[in-house]
Structures are given as structure tokens and as C-alpha cells.
Design a protein around this ligand. Structure first.
Ligand code: DQA
Length: 147
């Protein structure tokens, strides 16, 4: 049986492609999903790819991953900079989580420089655009297969 990885996306990422393309690129979330699934297949992983605009939904999905997934890739979007609840959830589940941001949050407004999620992340990928999700799959695959 192949291992499952949850790829969780936070608020406004459903608008990728339309939303500030000069910051986030022209790819839609569906484009990213297709590429991540293809890349995951090469590692023998199955991807469960989701997006929500709701903080509590992200917390529920992180908790769900505890029993259903071997790892999490998460772009918490704006909740990165506000959510202690997500930090606590990722710490609680005890499976590896990779934090991804399309843009380089450290080169942007000051309020984006701090991530509540990062202390619970096994690895962090920022600034590579949509390709960052593929890098995250590669990194997570290595962690999972070495576990
Ligand atoms: C983002 C960066 C966040 O600061 C922002 O709120 C987002 C997207 C990124 O992928 O670059 O919505 O997480």
C-alpha cells in the first residue's frame, strides 16, 4: 500500500492564477495539484490535496492526518502569520510537516516575516513559486522513506 501525504492549502490560494500573479505566479491551484500528484507518484506516494479558507478546517485536517497520512505539506497562507492553533495542531500530531510559501515571505512586508507554524515544521520552502510544492514532496519523501 502506498503512503499518503496531505497537501493542505489555506485562504485565498483557491484564487491562484488570478490573484496577484506578479507575486504568486500564473499557475492555478489545480495546476499545482496535478504536478504534485505526478511528482508524488515517482516516489510511490499518494497525495490528498485540499484547500480551505477556514482556519478551523485546517486544524481539523492536520488532526485527520495523524491517522491517515505519513506527512503533511502545508501552505497556511495568511494563517501562517496569525495562527497559534495551527502551530499547536502540527506539534500535536507528531508526523513530519513541511511549510511551503510560493513567495519569499522574508522579502515582503514585515508582518509576513514571522511564521507561527515554522517552529513545528520539519522543513520550510519559500520563494520557489509553484515548484516549491514539488521540492516539498521530494523532501518529505526522503524523510518518510528513511523513517
Ligand atoms: C503565502 C504568503 C502569505 O504571506 C500570504 O498571506 C499568502 C500566500 C505564499 O504562498 O507565498 O496567502 O503563504
Amino acid at each position: 500500500m502506498t503512503a499518503t501525504v496531505f497537501v493542505l492549502n489555506g485562504p485565498n490560494l483557491n484564487l491562484l492564477g488570478l490573484r496577484e500573479p506578479e507575486v504568486y505566479g500564473a499557475d492555478t491551484l489545480n495546476d499545482i495539484e496535478d504536478r504534485v500528484k505526478e511528482r508524488a507518484k515517482a516516489h510511490g506516494l499518494t497525495v490528498d490535496f485540499r484547500q480551505t479558507n477556514l482556519e478551523g478546517q485546517l486544524v481539523d485536517w492536520v488532526q485527520e492526518a495523524r491517522t491517515k497520512a505519513k506527512g503533511i505539506i502545508i501552505n497556511p497562507a495568511a494563517y501562517t502569520h496569525t495562527s497559534v492553533a495551527l502551530l499547536d495542531a502540527i506539534k500535536a500530531v507528531g508526523i513530519p510537516a513541511i511549510e511551503v510559501h510560493l513567495s519569499n515571505i522574508h522579502a515582503r512586508e514585515e508582518f509576513r516575516h514571522h511564521s507561527y507554524v515554522s517552529p513545528a515544521a520539519r522543513g520550510i520552502i519559500v520563494g520557489f513559486g509553484a515548484y516549491g510544492y514539488e521540492l516539498a514532496i521530494d523532501g518529505l519523501a526522503r524523510i518518510i522513506t528513511k523513517a
